[in-house]
Design a protein around this ligand. Sequence first.
Ligand SMILES: NC(=O)c1ccc[n+]([C@@H]2O[C@H](COP(=O)([O-])OP(=O)(O)OC[C@H]3O[C@@H](n4cnc5c(N)ncnc54)[C@H](O)[C@@H]3O)[C@@H](O)[C@H]2O)c1
Ligand SMILES: [Zn+2]
Length: 339
Amino acid sequence: MNLTVNLTNASYDIIFERSGIGHIDAYWGKGEKTFILTDSGVPEIYSRKVASCCKDAYIHTIPQGEASKEIKYLLEIWQKMCEYSLTRTDRIIAVGGGVVGDIAGLAAATYMRGIKFYNIPTTVLSQVDSSVGGKTAIDFEGYKNIIGAFHQPSGVLIDADTIKTLPKRQISNGLAEAVKMAATHDEELFKRFENADYEDMAQIESLLRDAVNIKREVVQRDEKELGERKALNFGHTLAHALESTLAFDELYHGECVSLGMKVMCSGEVRTRLEKIFDKLSLPSEFPVSPDSLIDICRHDKKCSGDDITIVYVDKIGSFELRKITFSQFADYIKGVSEI
Ligand SMILES: NC(=O)c1ccc[n+]([C@@H]2O[C@H](COP(=O)([O-])OP(=O)(O)OC[C@H]3O[C@@H](n4cnc5c(N)ncnc54)[C@H](O)[C@@H]3O)[C@@H](O)[C@H]2O)c1
Ligand SMILES: [Zn+2]
């Protein structure tokens, strides 16, 4: 069953269909010109299948990895869009993970002041989180997602078959974000994560769909992240600090988020999170000591101000936004503060 994201100025469907990438024209038409963005790690067959459903398609491939979310690649994309004579009524389709979706979305938001953007997320993380909500971005000057825009997609297609080619570690990485949705919003879904068999793709698919539904509801209530949507940053303050310091791909985004969540919650919640993370083989230890982590945060633009707003989960299915000082934040990291 598909989901509709109802927003003030735009609504779009999230289509769930196995093998759906082979007939996207049934949903989105053949279009005139379609600029397809993918990366070198995404099996080529996916973008070729999408292209075969379009009247006239151009596939542009960027190198895989976070390093491609850079201005250099955005410039290259703009250049190719101009060369391909893409017009205001044409469209961009992203076929890939969060990296491809984020930069393609920003290209769509900026080219000719905004053209249609469709997203076909092919990683668990992008299916459950980044493809829904309209946040687009690139990294700049060492800061993640610091240049970006809100640009809602015109449609999202989640084809569960595409995740069959993902390594297990990438599946767990994405599921960490799905656990985050349940931890902050839905205890029943959280229990399903606790009891799930992660070898069973059908179970994973059903968990993903219900987690996406939470994201959809939150985005509908708070499109521009002025309030409730901040809850989806649970685990992210520390995750961003970690990501800014670790070597490329030492830990993936969802892995850092799983570590971050364990710090910003009560002991009872931590125990329950850890059981799920163990099943998913997510990292159990911080790769740096609490003192170095505090030091990293002190130098991180996003958490070095006087006050930091963190998301705290005291009880599964709920959250609090807490405004705390940096020294209180350091206490959380050292594990001394719980309330
Ligand atoms: N916009 C948002 O709201 C939002 C939310 C969360 C995360 N993000 C962003 O998402 C990015 C991370 O996304 P990600 O985890 O999807 O990483 P990613 O896009 O780098 O994909 C991970 C790897 O998997 C490969 N891949 C993609 N699909 C595949 C498939 N089906 N089979 C085999 N390999 C495949 C890619 O080539 C890449 O090497 C980060 O840049 C993060 O900032 C954005
Ligand atoms: Zn995230």
